[in-house]
Write a protein that binds this ligand. Structure first.
Ligand code: ADP
Ligand code: MG
Length: 273
């Protein structure tokens, strides 16, 4: 069961079962061309998104009119050089920041209505974040780090289940200092998805990792997307990751300059960079 917000009224939340609820976490892998089976349910609708940072005398235009739609269950890679506006866009999609201009709707619900309550409910119930740095609490075990979130979420999975999904059943009682970088990032992913968010937003999730470890992290993200049907956005400057996506968006100077749909997704385990 997940939380669904009624269109136009973020305060009214309903528990409603969805098809995702019926999917067992041990489903066999979907065919790599599973994009044909993707639901076309629109989750995000962004129109004319602009973001201008006012810093002292200078105005920095980070986004200059971005139009985007994201659909349920998609895995989208957003590629762009450093400074192209990737994090700004992801932060706005995740309700951590607001655009200077333009509109953003989540399932028809207006995220730019100017109320902090809307964004708070949205962040709390609908979005999981993964950042380059794992932000785990050093004095808590893997299980306890995940439990911090599951204790406050309305309908979470158990911490053990979330850690199992990222391949860490054998590390439940390890502290972050006893885990490798890739394992720590997988704990962070388990923490992000334990509340069963509709959307998983990853900002350079492999940025601090070597290739082999980075791939294990991407495999975990891929598995979440496939088994839970979570709309997943990965932002990166690493073009090799484009192959694992259903759709690739290219960001340059705050604008989407190109879009590509992959017929088939390359498993993360086959990526090379
Ligand atoms: N809080 C901020 N204040 C001022 N400028 C910012 C801020 N955040 C980002 N920027 C600027 O906006 C542009 C886009 O940044 P960002 O979205 O972080 O790009 P990316 O994630 O692609 O590296 C850059 O020029 C950056 O310096
Ligand atoms: Mg960034």
């Amino acid at each position: 069961m997940i939380l669904i917000f009624q269109t136009g009224d973020p305060a009214r939340m309903e528990h409603r079962s969805t098809s995702r609820e019926n999917k067992s976490v041990s489903l066999p892998a979907a065919p790599s061309s599973h994009s044909i089976a993707l639901s076309q349910q629109r989750v995000f609708e962004a129109r004319g998104l602009k973001k201008i940072y006012h810093t002292g005398e200078l105005d920095v235009v980070a986004l200059q009119g971005v139009n985007l739609d994201f659909h349920a269950g998609e895995l989208v890679v957003l590629l762009g050089a450093s400074g192209s506006g990737k994090s700004t866009l992801l932060n706005i999609l995740g309700g951590l920041d607001v655009p200077t201009e333009g509109g953003l709707r989540y399932k028809g619900w207006d995220l730019t209505d100017g109320t902090e309550r809307t964004l708070t409910l949205f962040r709390r119930n609908c979005v999981g974040f993964v950042f380059q740095f794992y932000n785990l609490i050093p004095s808590l075990t893997a299980r306890e780090n995940v439990a911090l979130i599951t204790e406050i979420a309305p309908d979470p999975m158990r911490p053990e289940e979330a850690l199992d999904l990222v391949g860490l059943s054998h590390r439940l009682d390890h502290f972050p200092s006893q885990l490798s970088g890739g394992e720590q990032q997988r704990v962070a992913i388990a923490r992000a998805i334990a509340k069963k968010p509709e959307v998983l937003l990853c900002d350079e999730p492999t940025g601090a990792l070597d290739i082999t470890t980075g791939i294990t992290v991407l495999e975990a993200v891929e598995q979440i997307n496939r088994e839970l049907g979570t709309l997943t956005l990965i932002i990166t400057h690493n073009a090799a990751m484009a192959e694992m996506a259903d759709r690739v968006l290219y960001l340059k100077d705050g604008q989407i300059v190109r879009e590509r749909t992959n017929e088939t997704r390359l498993p993360a385990s086959k990526l090379e960079w």
